[in-house]
Design a protein around this ligand. Sequence first.
Ligand SMILES: NC(=O)c1ccc[n+]([C@@H]2O[C@H](COP(=O)([O-])OP(=O)(O)OC[C@H]3O[C@@H](n4cnc5c(N)ncnc54)[C@H](O)[C@@H]3O)[C@@H](O)[C@H]2O)c1
Length: 364
Amino acid sequence: MKIGVPKEIKNFESRVGITPAGVFELVNCGHQVFVQEGAGEGSGFSDDDYRDTGAFLLATIEVVYAMADMIVKVKEPVDYEYSLVKKNQVVFTYFHFASSRELTEAMIESKAVCIAYETVRDEDGLLPLLTPMSEVAGRMAIQQGAKYLEKPIKGRGVLLGGVPGVPPGKVLVLGAGVVGVQAAKMAAGLGAHVTILDINMKRLRYVNDIMPNHVVTEFSSVYNIKRHIKNHDLIIGAVLIPGAKAPNLITRDMLKEMRPGTVMVDVAVDQGGCFETTIPTTHDDPTYVVDDIVHYCVTNMPGAVPYTSTLALTNVTLPYVLKLANLGWEKACELNPDLAAGRSIVKGQVVAKELLEVFELPFI
Ligand SMILES: NC(=O)c1ccc[n+]([C@@H]2O[C@H](COP(=O)([O-])OP(=O)(O)OC[C@H]3O[C@@H](n4cnc5c(N)ncnc54)[C@H](O)[C@@H]3O)[C@@H](O)[C@H]2O)c1
């Protein structure tokens, strides 16, 4: 199979879909890999690293799309790429369709086979291709939140860890999944007081077992959220309903209840966000202020730490890339229900049920 690896063109996105190690594996299986020049630079891989493992380097993104039977990348195609995606081409990447009707319609029109990393689901119901990026984003959420709590960048002016004689800051985490647990762990490590909410009691029991005593678990309800937002300094949105738009857990009128300078980091922004006032932002202008509340809503947080993120991502995607390349997408999905769960739009038809519901699309 001919596999294409374009350079990511989303703002400040420096990850790459396949590393030289992945090229080596694919070439060993008899495949051809076409990598756009400079695609790996941001993650520390030179064109020569790719050449040395058997890749063909191509000068432009147009040629990469034109040559490939399967495109392997990181983020969803941006509008410039919509017309480059070909009929019957397999596109294996994060799509997060639920947050963009425009992307959904463009991929329906392309008649490509869109397999979304974020909905590949293993036999335990876990999302193995979302996990490593959620781990990165969860940890980063605290790093970023701590920074934006500083007064010169409109935060409350609170040091999360406190100092001797001064109490630590308070962090509220909505969702005790992968992002939430990693965020809670980082915040606890800094010495902050952490409250973590979820509707899944199994997750709350797990968090309660593994976290230190200054991480408190509570059931997620409107009442509890309203109560906590009044006195927490940093709020992390980390909820997920797989394939669907995130629920709005903090509405605009609730911002008035919060103290000026409170920072809200909506990690769930890629699924539409869990705050009503969430607007997607980018790494070059990551925050904005609504009613004195600082919002950080970057859709590709791990893109800022590509050296770590590319390795974490490709460790888990490569086995699936090999299956798709070796067996073809139809056979690979037939034999691997986990991969089949990633099929979102196939040759012009939306096959992900949640997506049909989000956009009220007709069943085809
Ligand atoms: N912005 C970024 O760069 C970035 C990076 C990685 C992940 N994400 C996103 O972060 C979000 C969370 O990902 P994850 O891997 O932690 O998912 P996850 O499935 O591991 O966890 C989500 C948790 O949310 C909980 N939940 C659902 N409804 C809730 C509610 N009403 N109140 C409280 N909790 C609720 C679920 O029970 C679950 O435990 C996803 O939208 C994911 O796409 C964003």
